[in-house]
Design a protein around this ligand. Structure first.
Ligand code: UDP
Length: 366
């Protein structure tokens, strides 16, 4: 049974499920989760849902495996139909995916209030589809939940301000409290993989900007491959990356790397917490590295999380990724030391509770 007092949470991908799990659990029966099917791979989705114990998917639509425009169009159409039949008090979307944008557009077309979790992040790189999604969702959202004051200031500069913006902190802190295994369990997970704590590099590569360009993907894999002379490199391979490695016959660049399937969130967090260094083009991994105080090299030219450039992570930028990685490795002892005391950029609030309180204040249940 659905109620117009429900809070509909639209999720499409692994990071959305991880970052909205706490809000769903805290909202309990009031949350109605709609999965768009953007991620449908068993490793990317079902492992995550398993880890979201307590969050049940109310309904699913299917948009996976298509182009960006087709995904957005199809999701808007299906979500509009769903929300028309099953009205809601408001809709919550998170981040910068095609599902995030589709959820916001569908709700907005029916004048259902839109809540954007992780508002105001900007890479200022308009070639990134994620950047377009962020800008469009913030333009539509009735409540923009900015993780940091910097994000709120960015919204203000774009004319999104006043009552529409609240600094809530980052929902990732709650997610880590829920998902991060205890230290002895983490050590056991890493030891069973035959890796020394603090003695390996963890790598993820999956963003369209990296893996849909043969040259960039080749450069990233070569740079990471060269690091395997210094330490074992563990690479949980995203299905999209695996597809393009096969497509361009780049398998030889994986020799020397420990390539494994994508991991369930708890397992992945254990490897993040024990890594000497993390190398990734992911958004969420940037925040996790910060929470876990692990050095991270971001395999990108820009980041939408500028507060993390203040010593938390290093951007590969336009330079040769191999050179940046080698330099970062050489600097590790000092870098690790500096991370121990760096002031934390995301505050101490319980972001999910703060967002739910704002929702109740603005749109109380009848
Ligand atoms: N993650 C995971 N298993 C993996 C790799 C990543 O559970 O094998 C998690 C990771 O802990 C983080 C999230 O996936 O919470 C990041 O998602 P992703 O890198 O796919 O997307 P982005 O954050 O770049 O949007």
């Amino acid at each position: 049974m659905t109620s117009p007092d429900d809070i509909v949470v639209v999720l499409g991908t692994r990071p959305e499920a991880i970052k909205l799990g706490g809000l769903c659990r805290a909202a309990g029966d009031r949350a109605r989760v709609v999965h768009t099917g953007q991620h449908y791979d068993a490793h990317l989705w079902y492992d995550v849902v398993d880890d979201l114990a307590g969050v049940s998917i109310a309904t699913s639509i299917e948009i996976g495996g298509r182009s960006r425009g087709e995904q957005i169009g199809s999701a808007v159409e299906q979500l509009t139909r769903y929300l028309h039949r099953h009205p809601a008090r408001c809709i919550v979307v998170q981040g910068d995916t095609n599902s995030t944008l589709a959820g916001a557009l569908a709700a907005s077309s029916l004048q259902i209030p839109v809540v954007h979790v992780e508002a105001g992040l900007r890479s200022h790189d308009r070639s990134m589809p994620e950047e377009m999604n962020r800008i469009l969702v913030d333009a539509v959202a009735d409540l923009c939940c900015a993780p940091t004051p910097t994000n709120a200031e960015q919204l203000q500069r774009e004319g999104v301000g006043g009552e529409r913006v609240v600094v809530t902190g980052n929902t990732l802190a709650g997610a880590l409290n829920h998902l991060l295994p205890a230290p002895e369990v983490r050590e056991d997970i890493v030891a069973r993989a035959g890796l020394p704590i603090d003695g390996y590099i963890l790598c993820t590569i999956h963003r369209a900007g990296t893996v849909d360009d043969q040259q960039r993907l080749t450069a990233a894999l070569c740079a990471v491959g060269a690091m395997s002379d210094r330490a074992p490199v563990l690479l949980p391979m995203h299905p999209h990356t695996a597809h393009n490695v096969r497509r361009w016959k780049l398998e030889s660049l994986l020799e020397g790397l420990r390539v494994v399937p994508p991991m369930a969130p708890r397992e992945f967090l254990a490897f993040e917490a024990g890594a000497a260094m993390i190398v990734s083009d992911s958004g969420g991994v940037q925040e996790e590295a910060c929470f876990l105080r692990r050095p991270l090299v971001v395999l990108r030219d820009s980041t939408e999380r500028p507060e993390l450039l203040d010593g938390w992570c290093r951007l590969v930028g336009t330079a040769d990724p191999g050179e940046v990685l080698a330099r970062a490795w050489a600097d590790l002892p000092d870098w690790r030391n500096a991370l121990r005391t760096r002031p934390f950029p995301y505050g101490t609030q319980d972001a999910s509770a703060c967002i739910l309180a704002e929702i109740s204040r603005r749109w109380p249940a009848r």
